[in-house]
Design a protein around this ligand. Sequence first.
Ligand SMILES: Cc1ncc(COP(=O)(O)O)c(C=O)c1O
Length: 471
Amino acid sequence: MPRTSSSLELLVALRRGAGPLHGQLEAQLRDGVRDGRLASGVRLPSSRALAAELEVSRGVVVEAYGQLAAEGYLMVRPGAAPVVGAVPAGGGPPPPAPPPAPPRHDLRPGLPDLSAFPRAEWGRALRRTLRDVPDAELGYPDPAGHPRLRAALAGYLGRVRGVRASPDRIVVCGGVAEALRLTAFVLRERGVTAVAVEDPSHVETQGQLVYGGLQPVHVAVDEQGLDPRAIPERAGAVLVTPAHHFPSGVVMAPERRAALVAWARQTGGLIVEDDYDAEHRYDRAPVGAVQGLAPDHVVHVHSVSKTLAPALRLGWAVAPRPIAEALAEAKRRSDLGTPVLEQLALAELIERGELDRHLRRVRPRYRRRRDTLVGTLLAGRADLAVEGVAAGLHVAVRLPPGLGEEAVVTAAAARGVAVATVGQHAAAPRPPALVLGYARLAEDGLRAAARELLAAMDDVSRTCDNRHDVI
Ligand SMILES: Cc1ncc(COP(=O)(O)O)c(C=O)c1O
């Protein structure tokens, strides 16, 4: 039987007695470059290392590399490992399309000021974690989350949001997105099929519940938030953003909060409270979480996406005990748990008061940015109206009659300004409004963006006037 030798690093295998070895090697590497498996710029092993691994003489590899270099597939320099070159014309998959150019002024909501991420503090916390974490904790994590982070979160959420959390009610996971998806799985297992969601509400968060198998039923939000009396009977749960509705920015009125809790107590339905940006309130202290009023009827979901950075993908659910146990089991079945080093770094940040200090630093900055954006827009047009309270990282701005969302989005894009709309998140028709994120731009940038946006609105008004003239 012919003997085969292979390289694990390059996924090539040579068979003795199946033709010249250098020819086999050449053909397999050439195919690898052509089909994109060996991408341009990838370093190959030195001829000595590859020959040793394939158990062939070095001359076999030198000959193959030399031929591929002559054909343009490899770039070889004396004393350096060869590097895969650009695929010669005619071969290889089409190059990926270049990413679209970023807008000149990005007012889309969703992100905190990423340049404010506390890199030094996070770096120190990670280094301390690496130094101190016992070897035994580098195995599979507790699927409910590291006990140290759960203890730190219990204290933090109680203090900052009035959440009644004990560590055994907390499940750490990959952001609000995963907390919602796991909650949907658990609800499905308990026979729930439909979930009431605010209309409008974030398409992504709603989408996580749908992905988890639940059918959304839309309930309108007005200036008082969602009206619990309108939750249909078939909904076994309701997803709400009571502290700061997304996208309108209204706060759920106290009577509605009480009615929501009464609904849960009477029907056995579950309140899913998305507290996504509650740490950011600028005009007064934020209302406490609904969870604090009825801990046995609420799954409270929250994350560091608005306080630190979404890239961390760290969030949690605080749930009634039986649901917390089911969530931890769903998390275990889903991916065996959340990365431990980052959990411990976050615990460090909370325990040392670094998260509080970071929030104290960024809050006044966000407030100034909101004031700048809103002030510039309202100074430019008195017919715009701001919805909701001074909180969070976005503001909804009602457009006057005659200015449609789509027309303004298109005109703004033509002037290099990217914006979102309430309509993108709404099921039923609503008065047209823009949703603008202000956290990422400094005040000068916000003024410039707001001026371009005002000019875009003028462009739309002019086009409409001209159309009327023609008619
Ligand atoms: C309403 C709402 N909830 C939650 C989140 C955060 O989701 P995650 O924690 O998965 O990043 C966002 C982010 O944009 C949001 O807008």
